[in-house]
Design a protein around this ligand. Structure first.
Ligand SMILES: [Zn+2]
Length: 678
């Protein structure tokens, strides 16, 4: 009887391990979840009836054991080092250069894996059986969380259940990342909220929080995942390369970080970055970069270690930060040209240091192609200072009643008909008097980079348009203090301030006026170039298409757009009204005839906060001195002007040997007041 139970327990354990392997490693389960649960329950029952046959490596450990009082400390035989990270290709080349120097030749190859945003852990297998699992801690010593890691479904308790990896090493320390998929994270937060508990901010926090739990049954229920990315014990006797180690992991049932690929040199790695950045959006887990490791283990030894990092491995972090949120509702925003843009109102989420609750969905072609629906859980991203946007829906988490997004039947502001554009990407309201279009036009006109009318914000614009006080930017100049005082929450002082702000906007000059008009494709930079070339609005308006195309950096599309804009009677009337209101229609003097500034011919990139300046004002200052201002560092960059919190641009410039100077140094070298080098 007893012997029969022992045999059945043995058989069930092997069977369950095999199914775990087929499920987590091969991705091809042979039985249904329900059948699997049946096998597991039978094993739990048998072990309960025969406690003498209980074992640390039984798959029943996967459902969690008895709670523990606290964690013991464990010492890592080989320290668990963290890894250096960089953000530019130049830094990767420098890293490669150092490795070559150490090695005396180029490393024979690099393995690229996703950088998984989780918690680093170490698993110790002795003769193929998991005996201990711990956190990184300070690198030398961490917490013993064996029971919790045993409850992680894809961490095998016994290696190689199919018997195809060969004899297990005497000791194998597997290092890797415990993490939560977006889906597991979502389910956990859902349950926590239902229970009235605090939800986790991101999957890394929820993983760390879960591994610290004292009850491994809760750990089991939370469905953590694991991906190996290396070894901690010496394995050089058995393996020659990391690729071989990964192959062993695979056969032994240890999931390895994937997708992985091998590159022959660093240039090949660099050429992958763009694609990997795209692809990581579709990974089921959060990943903020890639990890690059020398493949050959002997080479790793020769390349060696820096005090804190291995010199044979490096992480490349992507720019954009991602977070998960849900689309609560969708607004349709009507732009100046009449184009309708869907904008998602989302559950507030922290992203890149700010709380985000709205994100652009760009257009209906995109929402259609990516199948983004109302109510969806979505991945939101923000790169640099750009407004956040929705990258994709997590379709696995979609509820049955999510509605596809359709363009509205009519303009949501004026009720006028909507017409699709030629490419059928966008729909637009064709009503020139649409209040939505007028409001968008006024918002641009008053904005900081355009006519910079201080105090004329979105709320005030809504009141002016809805109250019938303004139907075009030209109307602003006819408004008096009494008109503003008639508006809600507007005192005499702010009314007077507005009138003088509007008055001040008359002298902003041609470049800002061209931008403020909202000509399609004409951004602030293009407006400056056109202004510099033509000198007056009259000259721009009378210029032929070919003349416009000849202007520096004004391509045919832009030229046609400018040309068409001023052939329109309504636009010409607007310009006439602005001119008679006293708005300056030219540069003080055409740029071509002015004395070249001290920075003439230099291309400058600005990064970080410059004390006493807004981004616009420092760029204006530089341009006033004759410089061209560029948004990113390239071979053409003369120097980078770096303020506080200067980021990757300064780093990139240094990597390329381009001077990076602070504002103080800039003021000493170039005296902007005098406009010449002292
Ligand atoms: Zn409309």
């Amino acid at each position: 009887m007893k012997e029969k139970a022992r045999l059945e327990i043995e058989r069930l354990r092997r069977e369950i391990e095999r199914h775990n392997f087929m499920y987590y490693v091969e991705n091809s389960p042979e039985i249904s979840d329900r059948e699997f649960d049946g096998l597991m329950q039978r094993l739990i029952d048998l072990e309960a009836a025969h406690p003498e046959f209980r074992s640390q490596d039984s798959p029943t450990m996967k459902v969690g054991g008895a709670p523990v009082e606290g964690f013991a400390r464990i010492r890592h035989e080989t320290p668990m080092l963290s890894i250096e990270f960089v953000r530019t290709a130049e830094k990767l080349r420098e890293f490669d250069g150092r490795a070559r120097k150490k090695l005396g030749r180029a490393p024979s190859g690099w393995v690229v894996e996703p950088k998984i945003d989780g918690v680093a852990v170490s698993l110790r297998y002795e003769r193929g059986v998991l005996v201990r699992g711990g956190t990184r801690g300070d690198g030398n010593e961490g917490d013993d969380i064996t029971a919790n890691l045993s409850a992680v479904r894809d961490i095998p308790l016994r290696l190689d259940p199919l018997g195809r990896a060969g004899q297990a090493p005497e000791v194998l320390e597997v290092r890797g990342e415990a993490y939560m998929t977006w889906a597991a994270f979502e389910n956990l937060n859902l349950k926590l909220r239902e229970a009235g508990e605090q939800a986790f901010a991101n999957p890394r926090n929820s993983t760390a929080g879960t591994l610290k739990l004292l009850d491994s049954r809760t750990v089991a229920a939370r469905k953590l995942s694991f991906a190996a990315h290396g070894t901690g014990s010496p394995v050089g006797e058995r393996f020659g390369t990391y690729t071989e180690i990964r192959e062993y992991f695979r056969n032994a049932g240890i999931p390895a970080a994937s997708p992985a690929e091998r590159c022959k040199d660093m240039e090949e790695v660099i050429s992958l970055i763009g694609r990997r950045e795209e692809e990581r959006r579709n990974l089921p887990f959060p990943s903020d970069g890639i990890v690059i490791k020398a493949d050959d283990l002997d080479e790793r030894e020769s390349i060696g270690f820096a005090p804190k990092y291995p010199r044979w491995a490096i992480a490349f972090k992507f720019d954009a930060e991602a977070a998960m949120s849900s689309i609560l509702s969708v607004d349709f925003q009507v732009g100046q040209s009449g184009q309708v843009t869907p904008v998602a109102n989302m559950e507030s989420v922290e992203l890149g240091g700010t709380v985000v609750s709205r994100a652009s969905l760009h257009n209906f072609e995109m929402t259609d192609r990516k199948d983004i629906r109302r109510g969806d859980r979505v991945i939101v991203e923000k790169a640099g200072e750009i407004i956040p946007y929705v990258v994709r829906s997590i379709i696995e988490l979609r509820s049955g009643d999510a509605e596809p997004l359709r363009p509205p039947d009519a303009c949501t502001v004026c009720g006028g008909p909507l017409t699709p554009d030629e490419a059928r990407i966008a729909v637009s309201c064709g009503n020139a008097g649409c209040p939505g279009r007028i409001k968008a036009q006024l918002r641009l006109y008053a904005s900081r980079g355009a006519m910079d009318i201080e105090g004329l914000g979105d709320r005030l614009i809504d009141l002016l348009v809805d109250g019938g006080l303004a139907r075009s930017p030209a109307d602003l100049y006819a408004l008096g203090a009494a008109d503003f005082e008639s508006l809600e929450r507007m005192g005499p002082k702010s009314a007077a301030a507005l009138v003088s702000a509007i008055e001040a906007s008359k002298g902003r000059g041609l470049a800002r006026l061209l931008f403020a008009l909202g000509i399609q494709h004409v951004g602030a930079e293009a407006a400056r170039k056109i202004a510099a070339r033509f000198g007056s609005l009259a000259a721009v308006m009378s210029a032929g298409l070919s003349e416009l195309e000849d202007a520096e950096a004004v391509g045919p599309v832009l030229a046609a757009s400018v040309h068409d804009f001023f052939r329109d009677g309504g636009n010409r009337a607007l310009v006439d009204r602005l001119a008679s209101a006293g708005v300056a229609m030219g540069n003080e003097a055409p740029a071509a005839e002015s004395e070249p500034g001290p920075l003439h011919g230099k291309t400058v990139v600005v990064t970080g906060r410059i004390e006493g300046h807004t981004r616009e004002s420092i760029e204006d200052l530089l341009r006033g001195m004759g410089a061209s201002v560029a948004g990113s560092v390239s071979g053409k960059t003369s120097f980078v002007l770096a303020g506080e919190d200067a980021g990757s641009k300064a780093e990139k410039a240094r990597g390329m040997g381009i001077p990076v100077i602070g504002y103080e140094e800039f003021l000493t070298s170039w005296n902007p007041q005098k406009g010449q080098k002292p």
